[in-house]
Design a protein around this ligand. Sequence first.
Ligand SMILES: [Cu+2]
Length: 82
Amino acid sequence: MQVKINDLAFVPAEIRVNVGDQVEWVNEDFIDHTATANSGEWDVMVPAGKSGQVQLDHAATITYFCRVHPGMTGTIHVSANR
Ligand SMILES: [Cu+2]
């Protein structure tokens, strides 16, 4: 599933995926961002004009933010497949 980063925001800010799915952030801004789990589980660099990915391996509701711009936040609902 793809999440865009545009004008200092994750778009869409809230997504639903299944265990094993990958989330890719595509940075359309001209400044670097990160996608960093509040839990500390992962910290993905998303440089300007580039993308970064993470694979979600367990069911959870994960909140994340950008370390450079803490006002940028998002939520990922990860569901078990069955
Ligand atoms: Cu940022």
